[in-house]
Every structure is written in structure tokens, then in C-alpha cells.
Design a protein around this ligand. Structure first.
Ligand SMILES: Nc1ncnc2c1ncn2[C@@H]1O[C@H](COP(=O)(O)OP(=O)(O)OP(=O)(O)O)[C@@H](O)[C@H]1O
Length: 357
């Protein structure tokens, strides 16, 4: 991999007088799979559409494979985009849908036929070439939409929530297909999704956006295990990290819902009595007999998932908390339990969201 896949430099976007993307810098390595995630309205689609050339850039520069494409038409950028809505031509056969863009670009017929054949073999849609989109299932339509991108042999594939119209089971199998496609083709891929599992499983690099800014960009493991701040900690992970109101007591100790807990923080810059947030992921909480440092919790609801169980609890001060419970005696709603927190996984955040541990 080298560093020249896609480079965004100080990208800004205004709609009218409102700036919605506030100066984004990002380097996407050639051949990597980058996923944009973030809450609704954070600017994921706008950023993707600017890379595609479907949305004008207000300020900044976009480079693809070392070429400044900021002011080029979408068709001259070496990109192909796959939309959530598939955007197939209903009156054309699958074959014609796949060939259409190439015909427009005056590609030779022999070459078109070869590319359509190769793409339909990769996507296992060879037997559907003479059907129209109306005669296909949702998953098959999405394959055709991806096929239409493949035949163009783009430098970069752009995906805008491509699986969100599919049912849960199909999403899983298409997700695996897209991962396989990336491995086989080796192109740079940029993917927008709401789905945490898609982001974690597909990405080499996850870019977490909020309000038109990057909060963190890193491997799935980095953003999960080493979140840069309270926002990323709370956003990545499903169920999310528990973030509890706490008070700094000094000497590496905090008070959470009336209980003292130690945290691996010296606390420079923190004032005794200052409000902080104590973070613990559901899988880092353990039901104990109460002998060690723990937080008592009342179980409101126990969700049994077979291999694991989620306990939806309430602390003494009313704060909600979710704990994962893998094995042990059955725990039912209404029980009171003692939860300890893995020593190495106790997170602390300052009131401004800075991560302290
Ligand atoms: N054409 C437009 N005119 C005005 N504002 C727009 C336009 N398109 C998007 N916006 C605004 O820009 C911001 C970013 O929108 P965008 O669609 O990129 O977010 P998103 O992260 O993709 O959201 P979602 O996950 O809901 O699709 C939002 O505040 C949105 O209201």
C-alpha cells in the first residue's frame, strides 16, 4: 500500500450560508477499505458525494491517485458509486444496465462484452443477464448495481449505505460478498454506513465523524479499544459503552452512584469534586459476590441471547447501565447484583470529553 489513494485537504462545504463540513483532512491509502460512520446529519454522505463529484466542494482539494480532481466531472475522476437505491434502469435488462455506462463512454463492443462477462461471473449473476430489474430480488439488484461499478474499472469504489434496503440475513451475506470483492479486486473502497457491524468488519480504517469534523480515524481495533474521546467511546460499540456521571475524589479515585472506584489516572489538572465520566463497556463488567470494589445495581430487564445475556440495570442514583453476562446462575429482572469493572478497562473522561484513561 502507498499513501496516494485518496487525499482530502481542508475540505469544506457550505449549503447556502451554513457550513456543514468544517475542514476535513484525510489520507486514504491505495487499496484500503475506509468506512465513514457518525450520527445522522454528521456529513458522511456529503463527504462521499464530494469525493464522487456529485456535490461541489466549497473549499479545499481532493486528490485521487495523485491527480487533483476537485473540479473534474464525476465521469473523469476514476470513481464508481453504488447507491442505496440501486439506481438501475427499469426498462433495460441486467446486461444492458451493466453495459450502459461503457456504451456512453464509447467503449468497444468486444471490450464491453468481456467486462460484463467478467463482472457477472464475479458477482454470480450470469444467469440473470436477460432479466429486468423488476424481475430480481433486492439482493440481486444490489449485485447488479455493484456490477455496474465493477465494469467501469474505477480506481475508487464509493458505497453509500449499499445494504440498508436489504433484510438482516441478506445484509450479512452481501457484507461478506463485499469483503471478498475488496480482496479480489484490491481497489480503494470508501463506504458510508449506519451499521456498526458493517463498519467494524469491513473497514481497514474507520473514520468517525461528528458535526462535519473527524473525531477519530483508525483501525476498528483502535477506535474501539483506544477511543480518542468520550464521543468516540460512546458511539463505537453495540451495545454502547456505559458512561456514568462521576466525581473526582483525588488520588486516582472517583465516586460513581455513591460508590468509590479506583481509576488508572494521576488526575493532573483535575480538581477534587470536579465532574467526570466513568466509562465501562458491557463486556468489562462482571457480576461478583461483592467482596471487591463494585457497584450495586438493580436488574430491570434481562435479555437472553443464547450465548450471552444483557442485563439492563439501574444504579442507586437512577443511572442506567448495561452489563453483559456470559455464564453463571440465572439472573432475573428484579434481582440486585454487584458489578465489578475490569481493572484495565476503566475509562475516565473529563467534562469536556477528553479521555483521561
Ligand atoms: N442539499 C442540502 N441543502 C442543505 N443542507 C443539506 C443538504 N444536504 C445535506 N444538508 C445538511 O448537511 C448536513 C450533513 O448531511 P449528510 O446528508 O451529509 O449527513 P449524513 O451523515 O449522511 O446523515 P444520514 O446518516 O442521516 O444520511 C446535515 O446537517 C444536512 O441537513
Amino acid at each position: 500500500m502507498n499513501e496516494t489513494g485518496v487525499v482530502l485537504t481542508d475540505i469544506r462545504k457550505n449549503f447556502g450560508s451554513v457550513e456543514v463540513i468544517h475542514g476535513i483532512d484525510l489520507r486514504i491509502a491505495e487499496g484500503s477499505f475506509v468506512v465513514f460512520v457518525g450520527p445522522s446529519g454528521c456529513g458522511k454522505s456529503t463527504l462521499l458525494r464530494m469525493i464522487a463529484g456529485l456535490e461541489e466542494v466549497t473549499d479545499g482539494e481532493i486528490e485521487i491517485k495523485g491527480r487533483n480532481v476537485t473540479d473534474l466531472d464525476p465521469s473523469d475522476r476514476g470513481i464508481a458509486m453504488v447507491f442505496q437505491s440501486y439506481a438501475l434502469y427499469p426498462h433495460m435488462s441486467v446486461r444492458e444496465n451493466l453495459a450502459f455506462g461503457l456504451k456512453m463512454a464509447r467503449t468497444e463492443t468486444v471490450e464491453i462484452d468481456a467486462r460484463v462477462k467478467a463482472a457477472s461471473a464475479i458477482l454470480k449473476i450470469d444467469h440473470l443477464l436477460d432479466r429486468r430489474p423488476g424481475q430480481l430480488s433486492g439482493g440481486q439488484r444490489q449485485r447488479v448495481a455493484i456490477g455496474r461499478a465493477i465494469v467501469r474499472k474505477p480506481d475508487v469504489f464509493l458505497f453509500d449505505e449499499p445494504l440498508s434496503n436489504l433484510d438482516a440475513e441478506l445484509r450479512v451475506s452481501m457484507r461478506i460478498e463485499i469483503a471478498r470483492l475488496h480482496r479480489e479486486l484490491g481497489n480503494t473502497m470508501i463506504y458510508v454506513t449506519h451499521d456498526q457491524t458493517e463498519a467494524m468488519t469491513l473497514a481497514d480504517k474507520i473514520v468517525v465523524l461528528r458535526d462535519g469534523r473527524i473525531e477519530q480515524a483508525g483501525t476498528p481495533r483502535e477506535v474501539y479499544e483506544n477511543p480518542a474521546n468520550i464521543f468516540v467511546a460512546g458511539f463505537i460499540g453495540s451495545p454502547r459503552m456505559n458512561l456514568l456521571d462521576a466525581v473526582w475524589l483525588g488520588n486516582g479515585r472517583v465516586r460513581v452512584a455513591g460508590n468509590e472506584m479506583s481509576v488508572p489516572v494521576a488526575g493532573e489538572g483535575l480538581q477534587i469534586g470536579e465532574k467526570v465520566s466513568f466509562g465501562a463497556r458491557p463486556e468489562h463488567l462482571f457480576v461478583t459476590d461483592g467482596g471487591q470494589e463494585h457497584i450495586p445495581a438493580k436488574v430491570d430487564f434481562a435479555e437472553y441471547l443464547g450465548g450471552t445475556q444483557y442485563l439492563y440495570c439501574q444504579l442507586a442514583d437512577g443511572q442506567p447501565l448495561i452489563a453483559e453476562y456470559r455464564s453463571g446462575p440465572e439472573i432475573n429482572a428484579g434481582s440486585t447484583i454487584a458489578l465489578s469493572v475490569d481493572d484495565n478497562q476503566r475509562r475516565l473522561f473529563a467534562a469536556d470529553g477528553r479521555r483521561l484513561s
